[in-house]
Design a protein around this ligand. Structure first.
Ligand code: HEC
Ligand code: HEC
Length: 287
């Protein structure tokens, strides 16, 4: 194969000397500006390698002469953010719940902090925004099992419901499994339904009235008005902790669920509990 380097007549560049079946290869050099930019990027990279952490080793990496790390940067930013918050958190710690609600600035901080803490800790049960799920009460309405004032909400959050501490909200609906016949339990379910809507079996309601009077009124009150001292839900409204179906009511009478809510005072700091109480209170039903 001939390897003669020639000048190409059209472009003025040399050929490489390679030739295949009469086709010769042109040796067109890269443009100068491109080559110098390329060298400049190499120099730039070497500079970065020297200044910043770059070269991996077996157990660590080169540290760079500036000593910069992303970890330090995050730590710096966090210290700055904590310093900015500390002032507010101190004030929230010192203020009463009413004072927080009365102070525009603190109220805003409590709303933002409460909302974030709610999303982390409460939304898994109570749903985002306190919208509730079956067995986990809606916190955004004005129907309260245990009370909807700031101190009452704060107490429920701190000590929980049926939780393992002396201050916890506590009451247990008895399990009537075996106490009533199947017929009596079905009658009672009809009675409970009749308190909140038309269309119940009237003969059953009449049969159940004395049973309700003797067994249920002690907690659920006359007419099923409910009792917050005992966390006994109002049965005369359309709001249900469990469900408004006969089967759900029968099951609650036989085997009450005794829903549990954790005591958050053991897990969250005081400022967070206060912000949560203010946030829940503001969801729509605060008293
Ligand atoms: C593991 C599930 C669960 C989590 C998590 C949870 N709760 Fe509850 N919460 C419940 C249950 C169940 C009840 C109702 C208990 C009952 O009275 O039968 C309840 C009741 C409440 C009540 C009382 C409502 C009323 O009508 O009186 C408030 C207030 C409340 N929760 C706030 C919170 C806040 C704030 C958080 C987050 C810090 C939270 N809950 C996290 C399960 C949960
Ligand atoms: C010692 C108090 C107490 C007595 C007595 C009692 N209950 Fe309850 N009841 C409660 C409590 C507390 C709850 C909610 C907590 C739970 O079980 O999780 C409840 C819940 C219910 C619910 C569910 C309501 C909902 O919103 O889903 C029904 C229905 C009910 N009771 C019916 C009855 C009937 C019928 C009787 C009488 C046979 C009765 N209860 C007796 C305390 C009581």
């Amino acid at each position: 194969m001939p390897t003669k380097i020639e000048k190409d007549a059209y472009t003025g560049s040399d050929t490489t000397g390679h030739e295949w079946d009469g086709i010769r290869e042109l040796n067109t050099p890269l443009p100068k500006w491109w080559v110098y930019t390329f060298y400049a990027t190499i120099l730039w990279a070497i500079g970065l390698f020297i200044l910043y952490p770059a070269i991996p080793g077996l157990f660590s990496h080169s540290k760079g002469v500036l000593g910069w790390t992303t970890r330090d940067q995050v730590a710096e930013q966090m210290t700055a953010a904590q310093a900015a918050q500390a002032g507010f958190l101190d004030r929230i710690n010192q203020a009463s719940l009413e004072e927080i609600v009365g102070d525009n600035e603190l109220f805003t901080v409590a709303q933002v902090g409460g909302k974030a803490a709610f999303a982390d800790n409460c939304a898994p049960c109570h749903a985002p925004g306190g919208a509730g799920r079956p067995a986990f009460p809606v916190l955004a309405d004005d129907d309260w099992l245990w009370g909807g004032t700031l101190p009452e909400i704060s107490h429920t959050i701190s000590f929980g419901v049926r939780a393992d501490n002396d201050e916890s909200r506590f009451s247990e609906m008895p399990a009537y499994d075996g106490v009533f016949s199947g017929q009596e339990t079905a009658d009672l379910a009809q009675y409970v339904l009749s308190l909140s809507r038309p269309g119940a079996d009237l003969a059953a309601v009449e049969r159940a009235a004395p049973l309700f009077e003797d067994n249920c009124v002690a907690c659920h009150e006359v007419g099923g008005q409910g009792n917050r001292e005992l966390g006994a839900p109002r049965l005369s409204d359309q709001i249900w902790l469990y469900a408004d179906e006969e089967s759900a009511i029968v099951s609650q009478i036989n085997q009450p669920r005794h829903g549990k809510m954790p005591a958050w005072g053991e897990r969250l700091n005081e400022a967070t509990i206060k912000m949560l109480a203010v946030y829940v209170h503001s969801l729509g039903g605060g008293e």
